[in-house]
Write a protein that binds this ligand. Sequence first.
Ligand SMILES: C[S@@+](CC[C@H](N)C(=O)[O-])C[C@H]1O[C@@H](n2cnc3c(N)ncnc32)[C@H](O)[C@@H]1O
Length: 334
Amino acid sequence: MFRYFGSKSSTASFVAGIALEGVQVRTAADAFGGLGNIGVEFRARGVEVSTCDLLGFPNAFQSSRIECSRTPSFNAVKSALGVSTSLELENVLSEATVQSGWFVREYSETRQFFTQSNARRIAGAWGAISRWHRMGWLSERERKYAVASLLNSADKCANTAGTYYAYLKNWHRKALKPFQFQWLPIEVAGNRGRAFQGDALTCLRDKQFDLLYLDPPYNNRDYSRYYHLPETLAGLKAVRIDPSSKCGQPLRKSVQGPFIRKAMGLPYLEELTASVRWSRLVVQYADGAHIALARLRPALKAFGSLTEHKIPALGYRTTSGARAHTHHVFIVDR
Ligand SMILES: C[S@@+](CC[C@H](N)C(=O)[O-])C[C@H]1O[C@@H](n2cnc3c(N)ncnc32)[C@H](O)[C@@H]1O
């Protein structure tokens, strides 16, 4: 699966289990959904899930994993291209290739994010999806599913240590593997939910859910800058790249930074928690992150009865650079 900073894929199943314990939960919202990992776990347990994220590319993953019950049909594309199965369409996207263009120039020739042959094929698949979009052949769900599948496939051969903030000096073993377009696996179990794109407070204010889950951004890393490349690709339009940017940020700066920084702070979380109607609140937070647990705990307690679980979570770095090994899961019942 796509490597995402702060991804809870390793703890999601356990956390979903304790989050749903002891109460009846029919609806849940994940305000900072990322790739939709916890949403998928809730969905598999029969919950109707709403997820939200500020950025377009996590929204593409969430739409695919939360809103779909099967591979979208792509009927208009299939009839335009004269193909009849999703497998054939997958092959079309795997084999599409371009010789040159902005993506190959910026992210292979100028900056070593992909080998040249992989960049040509990623750009080929991206160009095909962009054209289908321009021709009006894609439903919104199909567009997001094609985008999430492309990003997931490209990430497998990206010459990075995980984020797109830098590329590696030498070619990593996985970057040398040939790019292959593969459809993202679809979770078939459970009700279909909804994926919102936008600021969590704006999208979820006044809505009612049995459970509200929060896994907020917890340090100064601006997701829109660390993941500029998938975010640009998700837009399906060529953009101008800043020539002075080492990692190839778009010339036009993303406008989401201030919203991400706001969501890191306790006042924002308190306002969100007060504005959404819920019966149970679940907050996953790490030791040593932006909000001190000594401040978070009493703030949560003000909303109801609080229980706290600790879970080991490897691979997370605090703002001071030290390794943090513990995640706290706070459960508040009204
Ligand atoms: C810690 S990550 C969540 C990871 C997620 N639980 C997963 O397993 O993939 C935080 C997410 O919050 C999103 N985000 C940041 N500020 C936001 C805001 N104001 N409203 C909605 N989403 C926001 C970021 O884009 C990022 O995807």
